[in-house]
Ligand binder design. Structure first.
Ligand code: NI
Length: 255
């Protein structure tokens, strides 16, 4: 059984066939998924999905690229929705220095507000970090994010950054990039992460694993990520699947 901790089944890319995509994931052994909503439209869609499928859970937050659009009303709306029993995390939030739609200071402010919200409602945080490793770690420290912990989603940082995050009660999650032939660092970092702090994800429809790189990703491919991580960790596929599923359930408070 596999737990895809980060999937966007709420994306436009699945508008016409989300039921088939979910069916294929189930057949591949995906027992649970967390659908991540990161703006008004995708949060609404995530909430519809959790009500339609008992094995789907939601994370809700505001993406750093769109931080400039996060206002008090949206924040209040996320706070209210977070009391839904199937909302298991706040996010994805974080910092993204690759795109410049939202200035850095605006992103940082939105990030801090969402960490504060997560602590208030006692949910873990899902972190999106693109080219912003050091600032992410600093803000997590300053805001005492370790109180709730969370996930470094699709982790692409160094082993030093990973260790800082582990110290703050964060889990490290790997997706498609760990399977890319030229991806040395994620493989080296994954090898060092203790098995009890490791998670798997797809981030579908983005970041499809090898050999589907560049195509639409699907949650069924989390199996490919699990196979690669088992190989890297030199353990059986079954053990990798069991540990990462247990880790996800523990973090999200799912029985
Ligand atoms: Ni995502």
């Amino acid at each position: 059984m596999l737990f895809d901790t980060h999937v966007h089944l709420n994306a436009d890319q699945y508008e016409n066939d989300v039921e088939e995509v979910i069916e294929r994931a189930r057949k591949a052994g995906v027992s649970e998924m967390v659908v991540v909503g990161f703006d008004e439209k995708t949060i609404k869609k995530a909430m519809e999905l959790v009500d339609s499928y008992e094995f789907i859970y939601a994370a809700i937050g505001w993406h750093p690229v769109d931080a400039i659009d996060l206002n008090e009303e949206y924040l209040q709306w996320i706070r209210q929705l977070s009391s839904h029993e199937k909302v298991v995390a706040i996010g994805e939030t974080g910092l993204d220095y690759h795109w410049d739609k939202s200035p850095k200071e605006v992103q940082k402010d939105a990030f801090r507000k969402q960490i504060q919200l997560a602590k208030e409602v006692k949910l873990p945080i899902i972190i999106h970090d693109r080219d912003a490793h050091q600032d992410i770690v600093e803000i997590l420290k300053e805001e005492n994010a370790e109180e709730v912990g969370g996930i470094m989603h699709c982790f692409g940082g160094s082993i030093e950054i990973a260790k800082e995050c582990l110290k703050m009660n964060f889990y490290i999650s790997f997706g498609g990039p760990v399977t890319f032939k030229n991806a040395k660092r994620p493989k080296e970092v994954a090898k060092e992460i203790p098995l009890n702090r490791l998670l798997i994800e797809t981030d579908a429809p983005f970041l499809a694993p090898h050999p589907y790189r560049g195509k639409r990703n699907e949650p069924e491919y989390v199996k490919i990520v699990a196979e690669k991580l088992a190989e890297i960790k030199e353990i059986s596929y079954e053990e990798l699947a069991k540990s990462t599923t247990e880790n996800a359930k523990k973090l999200f408070g799912i029985n």
